[in-house]
Design a protein around this ligand. Structure first.
Ligand code: OSB
Ligand code: MG
Length: 368
């Protein structure tokens, strides 16, 4: 394969409803779309960086800089032996995993389209219905209960709510008393300190599936201490930057579950490495989400077909986020709470040009 051109497009899409976490409230998503071409073939990727450096230190501006000045020049015009070859070309670029993932994932799509295969088959798996959960932002109790009711009615198989210090036991208790034993978990997005252990241990009485990323984004040791002090399983998201962090986290006992997001770990190659080592260690996995459009969402569905993904993920229907989504047909959830992997070559979906155009803030094309 040879990369003959790469096009970056910064787009802005309003969210169907605002999303509040421990670190921000967002009412729109701004992200970089990547189109990677080999002659007439095109593959698509989506960068999961945000406007602000709150979930991660990367932003759309840093990702654009790293892609345009380093990652694209290193790859453009070269004959490469598939998407895994990119990591070698980019070895000198430290970090910037979201920027790397955006182009790496576009090249995986391109590679699968050239081969005429669905991406999941290119990854050695097969399409299967993907069990879907939802991530619900921070809302006052009434709105929260209404949201849970709506999502369960739509079929979703597990509920995740966002928590923060001072907003944890109360919403969990309210959901348990109204909806009984629904599969339930919480995500703190790194909002607690090690000294909050006793507070987090109060969640043990609610039979949660897990507590996601309670402590710092770059911490493993304190998570391992906390995991000894709480019965509920700890899941890591932000802290799992790649295979090295995943191996260390497992060795230390910092988590008993891992949330995989290729978009934040440098792409599908590193995500598959995390998958393989976690599976070998018996650590269950699920696939996270970053409020992606249908491009990133389709990538996530294909990766979720791998056998280590045994818990419902955060990959929900397009209409929970964007109406319309950038892609056709939209991604939907079945009444049984599963999402189908788009069929056809590559990721199986393509953006609608008029919708991309209407959402575009900035675009630049790089040719060999
Ligand atoms: O921590 O999993 C997270 C959204 C943006 C950034 C981080 C996270 C999330 C979500 C929503 O929880 C997942 C989704 O529905 O895409
Ligand atoms: Mg999370």
């Amino acid at each position: 394969m040879r990369l003959t051109s790469v096009e970056l497009t910064l787009v802005r899409l309003p969210l169907v409803r605002p999303f509040e976490t421990s670190f921000a409230v967002v009412d729109a998503q701004e992200f970089i779309l990547v189109a990677a071409r080999d002659g007439d073939h095109v593959g698509w990727g989506e960068c999961v960086a945000d406007v602000d450096p709150y979930y991660s230190s990367e932003t759309n501006v840093t990702a654009w800089h790293i892609l345009s000045q380093y990652l694209i020049p290193a790859a453009l015009g070269r004959s490469i032996d598939g998407p895994r070859a990119l990591a070698v070309l980019w070895a000198r670029v430290r970090g910037h995993r979201m920027a790397k993932a955006a182009l790496e994932m576009a090249v995986w799509d391109l590679d699968a389209r050239i081969a005429g295969l669905p991406l999941c088959e290119r990854l050695g798996a097969r399409a299967r219905p993907i069990p879907a959960g939802v991530s619900i932002g921070i809302h006052p109790i009434d709105g929260l209960l209404a949201a849970v009711e709506r999502e369960l009615a739509d079929g979703y198989q597990r509920i995740k709510i966002k928590i923060k210090p001072g907003w944890d036991v109360e919403p969990v208790r309210a959901i348990r008393s109204r909806f009984g034993g629904v599969p339930l978990m919480v995500d703190a997005n790194a909002a607690y300190r090690a000294s909050d252990g006793p507070r987090l241990a109060q969640l043990d009485t609610f039979d949660l599936m897990m507590i996601e990323q309670p402590l710092d984004h770059d911490d493993l040791v304190e998570h391992a201490e906390l995991q000894k002090a709480v019965r509920t399983r700890i899941c890591l998201d932000e802290s799992i930057t790649g295979p090295k962090a995943a191996a260390d986290a497992i060795a230390l006992g910092a988590c008993r579950v891992i949330n995989i997001k290729p978009g934040r770990m440098g792409g599908i190659g590193p995500a598959m490495a995390v998958h393989d080592l976690a599976r070998a260690a018996g650590v269950p996995l699920w696939h996270g989400g970053m409020l992606e459009s249908g491009i990133g969402r389709a990538h996530n569905l294909h990766l979720s077909t791998l056998p280590g993904f045994v818990l419902p993920g955060d990959i929900a229907a397009s209409r929970r986020y964007f109406v319309p989504d950038l892609i056709e047909p939209p991604i939907d959830v079945s009444p049984g709470g599963t999402v189908a992997v788009p069929s056809g070559p590559g990721i199986g979906v393509t953006p609608v040009p008029d919708r991309v155009k209407a959402a575009t803030l900035r675009t630049e094309r790089f040719s060999a």
